[in-house]
Structures are given as structure tokens and as C-alpha cells.
Design a protein around this ligand. Structure first.
Ligand code: 13P
Ligand code: SF4
Length: 359
């Protein structure tokens, strides 16, 4: 639906009144009505890198989800305040790994005698507490655009990919498995899934001993719903179609795709393709619709009819953005995201390791 013209005008006026005092960041999955007001758009890696790009702006309004706003708070100065226009904009995947469960799993890995050969790598889509855990135990954060480099780095810490060290990958089993198998040359048998609801993750000592990738049992409730059947249907119905999906999709789906990448990579790949290319895209619907509008010379369709928007990304809508901006104009800060300073310091170690990765 087109955005309410009254609210558009109010957002514009509030942003103009705030001028350089506000910096608005928008993730690619945000609604059109919101993304039009972003000073910078990006995938989660680009937004983490760009969060500190405007050190003189006292307010950063983060149009995305909670873990991204936390990361922005960690990566910016204490003088800057990060605002999440709706606090209910969480991430179901990030919620699948609670810090107490992860600490508990680590103790079990210690008891099993494998923790000293294991490096934690956490996907950006995790709480600040889990990034802090990762920082304390010698690990790094990764995003979908640098997962391969991050895993290479992590295995280097324990003797290389060819050795017998392990990575504990949190919390997205699909990104971990897809990267390990497609990009590091590990096998599906090298990957085991740690179920936090079962003793010893549901793994025997032999399974744990032989594993190279210990994948946390988490997934994205949006990307996890794309199916092999949808890919096969698209290939049957659209001659010459190219299938492009996000690495949060299940391994079987990713295996059938022509291209796999983060949101930023999906946009760049489609932008570089010749007119007339037919695509089906397996990522969040706001982005797919925007791509179809931006590249009318290409035929861009959504991979699966039964998959819908990311409901938490969609919590950030124009009324919430207007409320956050107008409050600032009136001198009130609503919904600040403030990470505890000790957690932030430890999480920063893991985030800085990611930002220092090559490429
Ligand atoms: P990227 O922004 O890294 O592509 O990740 C997608 C996502 O699901 C963010 O929540
Ligand atoms: Fe979380 Fe998936 Fe939504 Fe991204 S798309 S915020 S991973 S639930």
C-alpha cells in the first residue's frame, strides 16, 4: 500500500529539522515507506561498518532489528545514542540461542575435552551477550557476506581447515553448513547439529569428537521456508530462469541455486545481469519487490508463494519512524538501545575481529 502522504510529510519535516544530528540506517529488508528515509542502506555487514561513519551525529535511528541496533551501539561512541523505532523488532533466529544455553553448551564441550580445539563463530544475528561470549573465547562475528573468510580465520586458530580443530557456529545452522560445505570443502558428515534442549546437544562423544562444524540448532523462520519444490517448479515454469538465494536457506535449496549470497550480493548480481534475465529470488519479500521495481528490464519473481515478509523487520513502519524522529525534535529519546558496558567491550572484540578480516 502507498504510504500515508501526511506521515511522509511529517517524517520529511522531522528529518529536515534534525539535520546532521540524526543518521538513519536501513536494512534491505525494510519497508519502502521506511527505506526512503534511510541515509544509508545495506546488508548487516555494511550497516555494521557504516554505523560509525557519522561520529558527529548524536542520534542513530536504526531501521532494522534489535541485534543490528545493539551492534551499532557497540561500534559507536558513548556520546551517540542508537534508537530502534519499535522494540518489538527482534529476530526469531537470534532468539534461538540464549546466552545461558550457549554457556552451558561450552561447559559440556569443556567436559568432553573438545573446547580447547574449538573456536566459536557467531553470525551477526545473535544477541550482544553471545557476541561477548564469542569475544571472550577467541572467536569472531561473521555475516552472510564474510562467513567464508571468518570460518577460514577461525580454523586457522586451531590448525587450519585440513587439521582436526572445530568451529562452534551460532546460531544459524544453515549459514554454517552452507559455508562449510560449499566454500571450505568440508563434507556434510563433518557437520553436526547441537540441540540445546538435549543433554550433550543430542550428540554422542564419537559424533562430537569427529565433528569439524558444531552447528547450533537455529534457523531463520523466513528463509527456512523456501523449498526444493519451489526451485523445481520455477525451473519448469520459467525457461532459462536463474535462481538466487540467501545462504540462510536450507542446504538442499542452496545446492539447487545458481547463485547464493547476502542481500548486498543479491542486489549487485541482479544489477550486473543483462536486461531480459529471468530470476526467482529466495530472500525477504520487501527486498524482492523493490528489486522488481528497480530493474524493470529483468523479470524478477519471488521464489515461493507461501513465504511472507519477515514480521519483525516489518515492525518498523512509517508511524514508528515518525514517532522516533518527532520525539527527537521535541528533545525526547524513545527506545534507546544501550548494551551493558562489559558485554559491549567483550562483544566489540569479536566484532572488531570481523571488521579486520581481509576482503
Ligand atoms: P544479510 O543482511 O547479511 O544479508 O542478512 C540477512 C538477514 O536475515 C538479516 O536479518
Ligand atoms: Fe531474523 Fe530471518 Fe528476519 Fe533476518 S529475515 S531478521 S534472520 S527472522
Amino acid at each position: 500500500a502507498p504510504s500515508d502522504p501526511d506521515l511522509v510529510e511529517r517524517a520529511r519535516a522531522a528529518k529536515a529539522a534534525l539535520g546532521d544530528r540524526v543518521f538513519v540506517l536501513g536494512h534491505h529488508y525494510q519497508r519502502d515507506e521506511v527505506i526512503q528515509f534511510a541515509d544509508v542502506t545495506g546488508d548487516s555487514f555494511k550497516l555494521a561498518r557504516d554505523a560509525a561513519a557519522r561520529p558527529d551525529a548524536p542520534y542513530i535511528v536504526f531501521c532494522g532489528v534489535h541485534f543490528m541496533a545493539e551492534s551499532a551501539d557497540i561500534l559507536t561512541s558513548d556520546e551517540q545514542t542508537v534508537i530502534l523505532p519499535d522494540l518489538a523488532a527482534g529476530c526469531s533466529m537470534a532468539d534461538m540461542a540464549a546466552i545461558a544455553q550457549v554457556e552451558d553448551a561450552w561447559e559440556q564441550l569443556q567436559a568432553a575435552g573438545v573446547a580447547d580445539r574449538t573456536v566459536p563463530v557467531t553470525y551477526m544475528n545473535s544477541s550482544a551477550a553471545i557476541k561477548a561470549f564469542t569475544g571472550r573465547h577467541g572467536g569472531t562475528v561473521c555475516t552472510s557476506s564474510n562467513a567464508r573468510t571468518a570460518l577460514d580465520w577461525a580454523f586457522e586458530q586451531v590448525g587450519g581447515v585440513a587439521g582436526d580443530g572445530k568451529v562452534l557456529f551460532l546460531p544459524d545452522q544453515h549459514l554454517g553448513r552452507n559455508t562449510a560445505v560449499r566454500e571450505l570443502g568440508l563434507s556434510l558428515d563433518d557437520c553436526v547439529v547441537w540441540d540445546p534442549h538435549r543433554p550433550n546437544g543430542g550428540l554422542t562423544p564419537e559424533q562430537l569428537g569427529a565433528a569439524r562444524m558444531i552447528l547450533w540448532r537455529g534457523h531463520c523462520s523466513v528463509h527456512g521456508r523456501f523449498t526444493v519444490d519451489a526451485v523445481e517448479t520455477a525451473r519448469r515454469e520459467i525457461p532459462g530462469v536463474k535462481v538466487i538465494v540467501h545462504p540462510e536457506c536450507r542446504h538442499e535449496v542452496v545446492e539447487l541455486a545458481d547463485e547464493v549470497g547476502s542481500t548486498e550480493k543479491i542486489i549487485k548480481t541482479i544489477a550486473a545481469a543483462p536486461d531480459g534475465t529471468a530470476w526467482v529470488v529466495g530472500t525477504e519479500l520487501n527486498l524482492v519487490k523493490r528489486l522488481a521495481q528497480q530493474f524493470p528490464g529483468q523479470r524478477i519473481a519471488f521464489l515461493e508463494k507461501n513465504v511472507c515478509y519477515c514480521s519483525t523487520m516489518n515492525r518498523i513502519d512509517l508511524p514508528h519512524l515518525v514517532w522516533a524522529l518527532e520525539s527527537l525534535v521535541e528533545g525526547r529519546v524513545v527506545n534507546p538501545i544501550v548494551v551493558d558496558s562489559q558485554v559491549a567491550a567483550d562483544a566489540r572484540i569479536a566484532l572488531d575481529r570481523m571488521l579486520a578480516l581481509p576482503g
